[in-house]
Design a protein around this ligand. Structure first.
Ligand code: KG4
Ligand code: ZN
Length: 343
């Protein structure tokens, strides 16, 4: 079974063919057209422009992912939400057209579930890839979401905690703007932070107690804004680096604290999966791994391969592979794009 997956929920137009291979997703092809450079000029994603660019890019991306129509596929999967409605509709329309004309199964995939299944994608050239074992604690950190979820079995999740305000990626983007860095802020902050002192500024951790699994990142952003307001302008490069490093450290510490709290509250968890755009952050990846190894060495730590952390279609195909094995297909006639879909 090979699934053609399409992702257009935000500012990446992506398509991929993923094979259901012995209860694992195997990537056959993978193509992404990023709109980042275009949106970067305005400091964030412009919804109408994103939708127009999907119209422009999608035919080429589909051509590439299917190798000019030479690669066969037996089903189609598409992100139906959450995301920007105009952007989502582009992928959904294309997928419905493909499913109806080819008369093949159709899978409506939740974008967050796609991020979750990125942890089941083996890194390139991995010899002994061990996929996550269930029950797993899922840590989703993206531009729009920050959630802790308990995954008992394929397709079943209990939401344990989420952010009350900004998402982790949103905080990176907002702090980057305060430091006059371009969008998206995550990679920019991360590069700058390498030259800074992680403990130069003490920044707040919200809901900082032993039990809370809730997040809030608006306080840390406000704190950084206060620090910056009091600094002489232009801000010297080494001070910017110290702010970036302290911010990155505090976000990593926040996510680690909540993850370890959850592991203590749910002792049967076998693996932790760190997924979403912010999971591409190398400092967070290694900091969280270290904290889990210290407190629960028997729990496996799995992150998505770097190139599949930010939005892509391989993860949507991976989610559809598990629906093929453990769930069922959807009816393309009734499937709807839903900008506010939850997991
Ligand atoms: O998952 P994603 O591609 O889109 C959403 O579903 O939201 O995540 C995008 C977010 C952006 O906020 C971006 O700044 C952040 O992921 N991001 C990073 C890094 N790479 C991307 N944040 C921290 N460090 C990174 N290396
Ligand atoms: Zn995403």
């Amino acid at each position: 079974m090979r699934i053609l997956a399409i992702e257009t929920s935000c500012d990446e137009t992506a398509a991929s063919i993923v094979e259901a291979d012995n209860y694992l997703p195997k990537i056959i092809t993978h193509a992404v057209a990023s709109q980042i450079e275009i949106h970067s000029a305005s400091g964030g994603v412009i919804p109408n422009l994103a939708a127009r660019l999907h119209v422009e890019n999608l035919p080429y991306i589909l051509k590439k992912a299917t190798d000019n129509g030479r690669e066969r596929f037996d089903a189609v999967a598409v992100t139906t939400g959450p995301g920007l409605i105009g952007a989502l509709l582009m992928g959904v329309t294309a997928a419905k057209a493909i499913a109806s004309t080819k008369n093949i199964p159709f899978y409506a995939v939740n974008h967050l579930e796609g991020h979750i299944y990125s942890a089941w994608l083996a890194p390139k050239n991995a010899k002994n890839f061990a996929p996550p074992q269930l029950p797993a604690l899922i840590v989703i950190v993206s531009g729009g979401h920050t959630e802790l979820a308990l995954m008992h079995r394929h397709g079943y999740y209990d939401l344990l905690g989420s952010t009350r305000d900004d998402a982790a990626g949103e905080a990176f983007d907002k702090v980057a703007r305060l430091l006059e860095l371009p969008y998206p802020g995550g990679p920019e902050i991360s590069n700058l932070a390498e030259h800074g002192d992680r403990h130069a500024y003490k920044l707040p951790i919200s809901f900082n107690d032993d039990f809370s699994l809730e997040f809030s990142f608006s306080g840390i952003k406000a704190h950084v804004a206060n620090i910056i307001n009091k600094l002489p302008k232009p801000i010297p490069a080494h001070i910017k680096a110290d702010i970036a490093a302290s911010f990155e450290h505090t976000v990593a510490e926040t996510i680690s604290l909540k993850t370890v709290n959850a592991l203590e509250q749910f002792p049967g968890i076998k693996s932790v999966c760190l997924v979403g755009g912010v999971a591409a952050n190398k400092y967070l990846r290694s900091y969280l791994e270290q904290k889990i190894n210290q407190s629960r060495p028997q729990v496996a730590f799995i992150t998505a391969p770097l190139e599949y952390c930010t939005d892509n279609a391989a993860m949507i195909g991976a989610a559809a592979v598990f629906r093929h094995y453990f769930g069922r297909a959807d009816d393309w006639k009734t499937a709807q794009a839903d900008p506010n879909l939850n997991i």
